[in-house]
Design a protein around this ligand. Structure first.
Ligand SMILES: [Zn+2]
Length: 96
């Protein structure tokens, strides 16, 4: 099993629902782009994914059933538990 470090994210507004932007994919430390579905499949296969912010500790990334926006049906979705370090949050990583 491998560990992947996420350094950047890509957010887009879902089609027909411009009320918010959600994560559609991530970039790993070697610059590889993976969609949310690919990351979720990898986590469920046993790989470990974590955020790798420049100035904060890593935070483990987990799979959520849906985007947290109440009117959004995107699934699956990704989140992290950053603890006291907001910069460790997946949602706060710089955009790639
Ligand atoms: Zn959404």
């Amino acid at each position: 099993m491998a560990t992947f470090n996420v350094t950047k994210i890509r957010k887009e507004a879902p089609a027909g629902n411009p009320t918010h932007e959600h994560i559609v994919g991530v970039f790993t430390s070697d610059g590889t782009y993976r969609t949310v579905q690919e990351v979720a499949d990898s986590i469920e296969a046993g790989d470990e994914w974590q955020t790798a912010p420049a100035d904060a500790p890593p935070a483990a990334i987990g799979v959520e059933l849906f985007c947290p926006n109440a009117w959004c049906m995107m699934k699956p979705y990704l989140s992290s538990c950053p603890g006291p370090f907001l910069a460790s949050d997946l949602e706060k990583l710089p955009r790639g």
